[in-house]
Design a protein around this ligand. Sequence first.
Ligand code: ADP
Ligand code: MG
Length: 318
Amino acid sequence: MSPLLEIQGLVKHYPVGSRFSAQRRLLRAVDGIDLSVSPGETLGLVGESGCGKSTTVRMIMRLLEPTAGRILFDGQEITRLSGARLKAVRQRMQIVFQDPFASLNPRKTVERIVSDPLEIHRIGTAAERRARVYKLLQRVGLDRSHADRYPHEFSGGQRQRISIARALACAPQLIVADEPVSALDVSIQAQVINLLQDLQRDLALTMIFISHDLSVVQYVSDSIAVMYLGKIVELGPSHAIYHEAQHPYTRSLLSAIPVPDPTRRGSVPPLESELPSPMNIPAGCRFHPRCPLATERCRREAPELRPVGAQQVACHNI
Ligand code: ADP
Ligand code: MG
């Protein structure tokens, strides 16, 4: 099946420091990644905070201009689309952000918020839009009586449901959920994750689900991409990544998951040292300063992704 979304060699570099300073440097937020997502599939994107996950999906959504690389959506290159053609593609992909407090306009009612995308894309009459909003609210576990209220009247979990209703308004094919539960109380995280999963199944959505927590990503994803300092270091089916992780970085992420799981062995200790700055990416394998398996070769030569078992892994030592 041809992918719904494909990215090739995607790069985002930020120049930092004063324009006039000799010390102008590059922050390499995303440093050349390839991914493809099949229709109806959920791809999990995981990695520590600051590794480039949000930057990647913001480029996919065309909210950020890539420094280099290509983005293909449903067979069409969208990297440089603008105007009406970009707007048409935007209708087909939607994002749910991490912070349901910052992402909802406090001055708008829930009805206005959820119907905004319908108005932007000139879908339906006012009455049809209202009916659609009621239906969407019910679909995400809210009530039509919530339509006249304002975001501050809701809990974090309910706000995230409103964000999800808004994302679904134009019946998109692709939903990007960027840490959709990371700002929520643990007790309600599962409800929102289950809602997203139900919607994904019922509406045959294609989804990119981002989290810094591999156990959450594993739960929702068909396949998983593990990111480290702007690169993908391991990629493959969810069960393989979770039960037979190969890359030492993936294995450290697994060891950090507190619930002991007898089916997997944490042969690598959880990471303690800090993620290096993306302004100062280590030479060779960018993980080598934190890697328990690092050798001389790792300090010199950057490993490429290559097939190992069911997945692809960028490591010289496995
Ligand atoms: P993640 O979502 O994985 O936590 P991000 O994609 O938000 O990571 O950020 C990746 C890196 O890019 C971080 O070091 C972040 O500080 C940096 N970054 C993000 N946006 C900008 C920007 N507008 N200018 C400079 N650096 C940025
Ligand atoms: Mg982020």
